[in-house]
Write a protein that binds this ligand. Structure first.
Ligand SMILES: *Cc1c(COP(=O)(O)O)cnc(C)c1O
Length: 345
């Protein structure tokens, strides 16, 4: 890996962060707070939330096996993705490389930040080659985006190729593990110490059943995390989100059983879906959704909408011609889908 200083935008490297009232007061007990121009009324929402989310990170740390200094929390993973661009990519100078097809936010954030986004097509089994991604890079490539299990294809990326890419690329490698709870492959979190150029993304939006609270996680070296903390809005995680997140973290075992149920329902639903007349193929999946090739994705999508069932039409996505992306729901929801499609002609 290049020196971090060479990878970070010069203005960010020399940035002096905003110092909030709650940053400056730390530690010792106090009962009178006249430092932040807050209201004394409407407790507890009158107080600014903890800008460092210390209690929350203390709970996440043992569950993920990662020290608090290696954790950034954002307003969804989407905030982490945007901050990655703002840290590493000088607009209209630097570029990033990503697999294609993949999660749409990497490209949207590239466009917002005026950063060139280079796509490298996956192969027929939706796998990538480290060499082909590296060929797409030049000296202005700061970041490579991987997503495993990948969205919208559903499959894990090849672990050997991921390792090769991280070990060969001189810049930053992002591995988005939004769906890793549903996969039997090992998370890369255990390898963080070996890879100073790795950033792993996870989220509360999928397995943790908390998309509404908007909480995403980035895991990386303490040095990278400290730059994230400099760039983020001071109070990016509100008090209600921190409270709800602590609540769901204390129900860790419920979440494990939800994941188990979803994985069981996944095989039941895929089995039934594969037997439908309109189904051409269900692609292998390691996530809480599957991609399926059908006789006519756009027609079937509209038919389902008319029956009050929404799936994702991926027909216009590269390599996903006539494909629908279907989330694994409750047994009832899944049955409603099969029931409806069995009547489709
Ligand atoms: C759903 C999803 C996320 C989660 O984004 P949040 O902003 O945390 O809700 C991240 N990455 C991928 C690939 C996803 O599909």
């Amino acid at each position: 890996m290049k020196d971090l200083k060479e990878l970070v935008r010069p203005n960010i490297w020399s940035l002096k962060p905003y110092s909030s009232a709650r940053d400056e007061y730390k530690g010792f007990e106090a009962s009178v707070f006249l430092d932040a121009n807050e209201s004394p009324f409407n407790n507890p929402n009158n107080r600014y939330p903890d800008p460092l989310q210390i209690d929350l990170k203390k709970m996440i740390s043992p569950i993920k096996g990662v020290p608090a200094d290696n954790i950034f929390l954002g307003n969804g993973s989407d905030e982490a993705i945007d901050i990655i661009y703002r840290i590493f990519c000088t607009p209209s100078v630097d570029n990033v490389v990503a697999i294609e097809p993949t999660y749409g936010m990497y490209k949207v954030c590239a466009d917002v930040n005026d950063v060139e986004y280079r796509k490298v097509l996956l192969d027929d089994s939706f796998q990538f080659s480290a060499d082909r991604l590296l060929e797409a890079c030049d000296e202005k490539t700061k970041v490579i985006f991987l997503c495993s299990p990948n969205n919208p294809t559903g499959n894990d990326l090849d672990a050997k190729e991921i390792k090769k890419l991280i070990e060969t690329f001189q810049g930053i490698v992002i591995v988005d593990e939004a769906y890793s709870d549903f996969s039997s492959s090992e998370s890369l979190l255990k390898k963080l110490d070996n890879y100073p150029n790795l950033i792993v993304l996870q989220t509360f939006s999928k397995a943790w059943g908390s998309a509404a609270i908007r909480l995403g996680m980035a895991f990386a070296s303490a040095e990278i995390i400290s730059i994230f903390s400099k760039v983020k809005y001071p109070y990016n995680i509100n008090r209600l989100t921190q409270k709800e997140a602590r609540e769901i973290l204390s129900r860790n075992s419920d979440v494990e059983s939800w994941v188990k149920t979803i994985i069981e329902e996944r095989s039941v639903l895929i089995d039934k879906f594969s037997k439908l007349d309109c189904c051409i193929k269900v692609y292998p999946t390691d996530a809480n959704f599957f991609l399926a090739k059908v006789s006519n994705a756009t027609k079937i999508y509209s038919y389902l909408v008319n029956n009050g069932i929404i799936v994702r039409n991926r027909n216009n996505i590269t390599l996903c011609n006539d494909c629908l992306r279907v989330t694994i729901g409750s047994r009832q929801e899944n049955d409603a889908l099969i029931e409806s499609l069995s009547k489709y002609k």
